[in-house]
Design a protein around this ligand. Structure first.
Ligand SMILES: NC(=O)c1ccc[n+]([C@@H]2O[C@H](COP(=O)([O-])OP(=O)(O)OC[C@H]3O[C@@H](n4cnc5c(N)ncnc54)[C@H](O)[C@@H]3O)[C@@H](O)[C@H]2O)c1
Ligand SMILES: O=C(O)C(=O)C[C@@H](O)[C@H](O)[C@H](O)COP(=O)(O)O
Ligand SMILES: [Zn+2]
Length: 361
């Protein structure tokens, strides 16, 4: 039985609605009659079957799991599938899956025949809170994360909370990082709600916390779709996070890299004169229990940080916090970047180790 718990409106050049609720995979309606469905190979089959029954796609393209699908090679293969199926210009691409699959699907939609309609059906917490909303699409290059892409907003987003039931606890906690980020940059009530034991699939705080975290992103991208200003604040923690993903060849997943990256950004914020918010970011890391990191060399990591898209001809800019919900962009002297990197590594080494495969959420 489909039940929409919340509808969140995204305004801008092409307004759309994000629906949050149970059973939405079987209720989605799409104006275009010819649909290409893109989903990752490890998505539970029942979700694919439900969407196929609802939307009758003319072609379904299965892509590798996680960031292995976010490559120019996979992109080229998917485009060929769409062309071979004669998907017309008035057709649509539907991205079903986590943020990696919807990022790829969106870039495919933006590129195929110079652009066709795009819809998202996120099936991870991270996808719902962040990736499926706002129209940033793209793939990675060996030189770094998300270095190619387009702003191509979806026409509608369906967050079917039933899909979260099959996530591993680790993948659920990866998504919690972006919800916590929305708490730090905009809505501090999210900080305690995200760490609450009832914020879990099927939990009493799931739908309301999820919807409020989505609302933060929806508000920002409604005001600044193409990151001319305020949207950069959604990148809090990401300058280091993307570098960590690149140096670990994506063995560190995005949501865990963001957990680590937010703590580095909180340390930088403090040394640049802001309130000390490192207690919040450490509390999150203790809750998230991310994959332990190898010893990292600042210079090697910095090679990737300088490729951040917030960099301009004068160098890299970081998103920092003066206090909770007070983000700003700043350049940080390299000596401080290095000093805080050493302190951040020491903090990361001090996190309690947990047998991740055996624990519950
Ligand atoms: N476009 C944006 O604004 C934006 C925002 C944040 C992150 N991202 C991108 O999103 C990606 C990370 O997304 P993610 O955290 O969703 O990871 P992911 O897409 O890699 O998904 C994690 C794993 O869970 C699987 N999975 C998906 N749904 C499932 C379900 N319901 N049950 C069981 N398994 C399921 C996936 O196939 C994958 O193996 C990164 O590439 C990141 O760069 C984009
Ligand atoms: O939507 C945004 O804007 C964000 O920055 C959200 C981030 O969580 C997300 O990881 C995004 O893909 C990063 O964008 P990028 O421009 O740094 O690649
Ligand atoms: Zn992110």
């Amino acid at each position: 039985m489909a039940e929409t718990v919340r509808r969140i409106e995204v305004s801008g050049p092409q307004p759309y609605t994000v629906e949050v609720g149970s059973g939405l995979l079987t209720r989605a309606q799409i104006a275009q009659s010819q649909i290409a469905l893109i989903h990752p190979e490890d998505l539970p089959a029942r979700f694919v079957t439900r969407v196929q029954a609802t939307l009758s796609p003319v072609v379904t393209v299965v892509v590798p799991a996680r960031d292995d699908c976010k490559t120019m090679q996979v992109m080229a293969g998917v485009l060929s599938h769409l062309a071979a199926a004669n998907l017309p210009r008035d057709g649509a691409v539907v991205g079903l899956g986590g943020g990696a699959a919807t990022d790829l699907a969106g870039f495919v939609a933006a590129s195929y025949l110079r652009g066709v309609a795009f819809y998202t059906m996120p099936t991870t917490l991270l996808g719902m809170v962040d990736a499926a909303v706002g129209g940033k699409t793209g793939v990675n290059l060996p030189e770094g994360k998300n270095l190619v892409g387009a702003f191509w907003p979806p026409r509608a987003v369906w967050c079917d909370t039933d899909t979260l039931e099959t996530l591993s606890p680790e993948v659920f906690r990866e998504g919690a990082a972006e919800a916590y980020k929305h708490g730090l940059i905009s809505d501090p009530t999210l900080l305690r709600r995200v760490l609450d034991p009832e914020f879990r699939p099927g939990g009493a705080l799931l739908a309301s916390t999820l919807a409020d975290a989505i609302a933060v992103k929806a508000a920002v991208v409604s005001r600044d779709l193409t990151e001319q200003g305020e949207r950069a604040h959604l990148n809090f923690g990401h300058t280091l996070a993307h570098a960590l993903e690149a140096v670990t060849h994506h063995r560190l997943p995005h949501g865990e890299a963001v957990g680590y990256g937010m703590h580095y950004a909180a340390r930088l914020s403090r040394v640049m004169g802001g309130e000390d918010l490192t207690g919040h970011t450490l509390a999150f890391l203790r809750w998230q229990r991310p994959t332990p990191l190898p010893d990292l060399d600042f210079q090697a990591v910095n090679t990737y940080m300088v490729r951040d898209k917030k960099a301009d001809s004068l160098g890299v800019r970081f998103v920092l916090l003066r206090d909770l919900a007070q983000p700003y962009l700043a350049r940080v002297p390299e000596a401080l970047l290095r000093q805080e990197f050493e302190g951040w590594q020491a903090d990361a080494r001090g996190l309690p180790e947990t047998p991740r495969a055996q624990e519950g959420t």
